[in-house]
Design a protein around this ligand. Structure first.
Ligand code: FE2
Ligand code: FE2
Length: 310
């Protein structure tokens, strides 16, 4: 698996959706679990600019190759979220994408600012911060594309398969960048390897956790991966990450699945109730109304009609 930043800069572009059969979105049904996952995935794709805001204050961004990658990566991720939102709107789920994004962000509250400050401080105190960040990037991209693959399999929806397969191609390139960059940093660098392993074992959480609650993360994990094939796929992610120097035998994704299973064993309603009750709407924040945060006073109402012409 190779990666060239020059080639990536040349080839990076908005997701190509030409030829997707948008008219066929309503022709096949989706389960509540499929819809739960799509909302989760859309929210996390749309969260990328805030994730980026954490990275841009760290010492990792002294590296011009990294910032070139992030500039393109952020743009590509934008179109993943946009197109999943479009798919959901066309399926008949009514929401205004901009309102939803603003509400997700407003709900983060003070936690977001504290997190930016602690990431910034951590990165300047920790010389090998980049190793940790790059490894987490590799896990996030690989688990994202594995999640999309699992959703294609679970849903059996042909249009969703077409859309997600195109997104997966982008995620593979992102994974290649992070994995190769992490490998470069960790090779012959025992101290970085120790720091990386220590941090992953203690502070790593699955992609989306923090924006989503533990129960929401578990609902996604149990819906997509709580069968033989799903478990094998998560073990496969651990195995691939374990090929990085110093990370041999590490268990992250499979450990998260087993922990989710355990929480459900203790409470049989755990996680599935969110899917059964269709709990994917985002509640407006109690403090900081989004109009105040965004200065937009006229909100909503046009998302569905925007696609009427197709
Ligand atoms: Fe993405
Ligand atoms: Fe990605």
């Amino acid at each position: 698996m190779s990666f060239s930043i020059e080639r990536y800069k040349e080839e990076s572009r908005k997701l190509d959706t030409a030829g997707i059969d948008w008219h066929g979105v309503t022709a096949s049904p989706l389960s509540k679990g499929d819809l739960f996952c799509l909302h989760y995935m859309m929210d996390i794709e749309n969260h990328v600019p805030l994730y980026l805001s954490h990275l841009l204050v760290t010492r990792a961004c002294m590296d011009p190759i990294l910032t070139a990658f992030l500039a393109c990566w952020n743009y590509e991720e934008l179109w993943h979220g946009e197109n999943i939102g479009k798919f959901l709107n066309l399926y008949g789920i009514e929401f205004d994408a901009q309102d939803r994004i603003a509400n997700v962000r407003a709900n983060l509250g003070l936690h977001n600012s504290v997190s930016i400050l602690s990431t910034m401080l951590g990165s300047w105190l920790l010389k090998d911060f980049s190793a940790v960040y790059l490894t987490i990037g590799a896990i996030n991209e690989l688990s994202t594309l594995t999640g999309y693959g699992a959703l294609i399999r679970k849903s059996g929806h042909p249009v969703l398969k077409d859309l997600l397969s195109r997104i997966i191609k982008d995620e593979r390139r992102h994974y290649a960048f992070y994995f190769n960059s992490a490998k470069e940093w960790l090779t012959d660098n025992e101290k970085a390897q120790r720091v990386d392993r220590w941090m992953l074992d203690r502070v790593w959480v699955p992609v989306g956790q923090g924006v989503k609650t533990q129960e929401q993360v578990d609902a996604l994990a149990l819906y997509l991966f709580d069968d033989e094939q799903g478990e094998e796929e998560l073990l496969g992610i651990d195995e691939k990450i374990g090929r990085l120097p110093g990370l041999s035998g590490i268990k992250l994704m499979s450990r998260a699945l087993y922990a989710a299973r355990e929480r459900r064993r203790q409470d049989p309603e755990w996680a599935w109730r969110l899917i059964d009750n269709e709990e994917w709407a985002i509640a407006p924040p109690k403090k900081s109304p989004i109009g105040e945060l965004t200065t937009r006073r006229t909100l909503g109402g046009e998302a569905v009609s925007a696609y009427e012409g197709i």
